[in-house]
Write a protein of this length. Sequence first.
Length: 197
Amino acid sequence: MPSRALTRWLSEAQADLDALEEAHARASTTRRSRHALARQLCRAYVVSVSAHFQRFCRDLHSEAAQRLADAVEPRAFRGALLRLLTDGRRLDAGNAVAGTLGPDFDRLGLAFLAELEARPENRRRRLELERLNVWRNAIVHLDFALKPGREKLVRGTSPDSVRDVRRFRQACDALAREIDGIVRAHVSGVVGGAPWR
């Protein structure tokens, strides 16, 4: 059974993202307005993909932390453990990238990035996630003067290309499923039963 976080990612998030892509396709009114509107919709699409994926990761982390805390005896320690697993979580304030995902999920007892990258295709997906968040930050901070080294990371991509945003979204979709599986297996092993209630 998938986590509530994955279920939300596969339903609510996908519907929101589909609506943005559909709006982008409908923006083809006049040539001039089409270009300006399509650019803004692509940028909104970038930010929305990033936001939904970050919420998925944060929700999954919360769900796993709660399940691990619920398994602790005596019950009096459950609240304290939950706070240790979630207080100061990087996903509450930062993008869902290696620097936030690794430390946050490692708190649950995982070697998260090592497990994620044990499958070679996830390295490419994680690179797409990094690209997505470089563009997300450029858009929301209105600062397209990329920091040194970032230009190389995003070379050949654009926040104004729906094709690139689709690729970012596909990578996030595959990563969501992978991450859900990794966390589900870990929590199940720790609690000795169903990971989610």
